[in-house]
Every structure is written in structure tokens, then in C-alpha cells.
Design a protein around this ligand. Structure first.
Ligand code: FE2
Ligand code: FE2
Length: 250
């Protein structure tokens, strides 16, 4: 099996636009944001406590938005394909879906808690630990199997489909939404418009720009995501059949 995608070249991962490179880039950004959040208390600064709190709150909003849009697009687009192209897909995707559910539950708890609740910090650190575990599982176990099963062009097509769904995905925790299609696509994307309007009301800067991308088009987003998901799943099944034919090329 292909080793971890963590240290391979862009060419080995299917080239610019490949799902593997897009995933790795988002994971690196999440890592950067979580480290910045954890360091915010200790970074030497002349800022007031209020300024530090608002900086940390902006980081928190960016983390929440990225975690949920990224994971929703995985559950809707990537994992159905992995289940069809890899014999280990069912077990591996069940494991990361459990991780996603645990992250959803924890972040929902943090969002509901009073900002001064002394338990909030421990919940956030637990959530970060789970996010890091999820990244390791994906880069070391799940994504290498997509590399094994799909050719470069297919990885880039899957990357484009995943990105399209990510841009219209929910950006807040919704623990009650199922982790698998079609339930997650129908319910989750319908919630996306509400999430993004709420983000827009809360945020300025990168958070607001990301939120604003589709705040006004939740219905179109829902329809597009479901269609993309269906097309990719069909294509994934076809890829596996073609790859299984003797003498077939990627
Ligand atoms: Fe990921
Ligand atoms: Fe994930």
C-alpha cells in the first residue's frame, strides 16, 4: 500500500488540484490554527485581555468553520468512493465517522457553554486531540488507499467535487445529522445556509469571506451537493470496475 501521504511530492499525489493535496493543505491549515489558538495565552504581547480574547475567538470561529465544512465534504463525497474502491473502506470510514461524531459532540458542547465555563478549555483541547487523530488516520490510512485505487486524473476530479461540496457545506456542529449519505447531504446542506448567515453576522475577515461564499444560496447548494455526490459515487464505482479489468490503464 502507498505509505502516508504526509511527505510525498505533489506529483506523487496526483498533481495540483488532487484530492490528496487539497486534504493535506487543509490539514496543515487546521494544525496552524489550533497551534495559534493554544499559544494565544502565552504569546508575549502588549495587547489587553480583551484584544487577546477577540483574537482567540476569531481563531476559534475559523477552526470550527474549517473543521465542519472539511469533514462534511469527506462524508458526502470521499468516504462513499473509498467504500467502493477499497476492501478496507468500510472499517476505515466507520472509524473516522466515529471521530467526526465525537468532534461534533464536543464542539457543540463548547458552543453551547458559557464563555466563562472553566471546563470549556479542556473540551477544546480534547477536540483538538481528536482532530489531530483524525488527520493522522486520514493521511496514513484512508487517503493512501484512494491513491492506490485511482489515477491522477480521477484524484483531481474527486478533488474538484470535494471542493465544490466543501464550499457549500455546513460550518457549525450538528451532532444529530447522520454521518452518511443520503441523510447527511439532505439534512446537512439544508442547514448550511443558516450556518453561513450566522457566521456572517458574527465574523469579519477570512471567516466572513468564507461564510459569505454561499450564504444566499442554500437551496442551490443543497441540490448541487447531492448531484455532485451521486456523480462521484457512480464514477468511483466505474473506476473500480475499469481498474479491475486485465490490462486496463489509469
Ligand atoms: Fe481530512
Ligand atoms: Fe476528517
Amino acid at each position: 500500500m502507498t505509505p502516508t501521504i504526509a511527505e510525498q511530492s505533489a506529483a506523487d499525489l496526483g498533481g495540483e488540484g488532487s484530492i490528496l493535496l487539497r486534504q493535506r493543505r487543509d490539514h496543515a491549515e487546521l494544525d496552524r490554527l489550533m497551534n495559534a489558538y493554544l499559544a494565544a495565552d502565552t504569546t508575549e504581547t502588549s495587547d489587553t485581555t480583551d484584544a487577546i480574547d477577540s483574537y482567540r475567538e476569531r481563531l476559534w470561529q475559523d477552526i470550527v468553520q474549517l473543521v465542519f465544512s472539511h469533514a462534511f465534504a469527506e462524508e458526502t463525497v470521499l468516504w462513499p468512493v473509498l467504500r467502493r474502491v477499497s476492501p478496507a473502506g468500510e472499517d476505515l470510514t466507520a472509524r473516522v465517522e466515529e471521530e467526526h461524531q465525537a468532534i461534533n459532540d464536543l464542539l457543540a458542547q463548547v458552543e453551547k457553554a458559557d464563555p466563562d465555563d472553566p471546563r470549556r478549555r479542556a473540551w477544546i483541547e480534547d477536540a483538538f486531540t481528536l482532530v489531530r487523530q483524525d488527520i493522522r488516520d486520514e493521511e496514513d490510512e484512508l487517503l493512501p488507499r484512494l491513491r492506490d485505487a485511482l489515477g491522477d486524473r480521477q484524484l483531481r476530479r474527486l478533488g474538484a467535487a470535494w471542493e465544490a461540496v466543501r464550499r457549500t457545506a455546513p460550518t457549525r456542529p450538528h451532532p444529530a445529522v447522520p454521518r452518511r449519505p443520503p441523510g447527511n447531504a439532505v439534512l446537512g446542506v439544508a442547514l448550511s445556509g443558516f450556518d453561513r448567515l450566522r457566521d456572517l453576522a458574527r465574523a469579519r475577515g477570512p471567516s466572513a469571506r468564507r461564510a459569505g461564499l454561499s450564504a444566499g444560496v442554500p437551496v442551490v447548494a443543497a441540490g448541487a451537493a447531492v448531484l455532485v455526490w451521486r456523480a462521484v459515487v457512480r464514477r468511483g464505482t466505474r473506476c473500480r470496475r475499469v481498474a479491475a479489468r486485465p490490462g486496463s490503464k489509469r
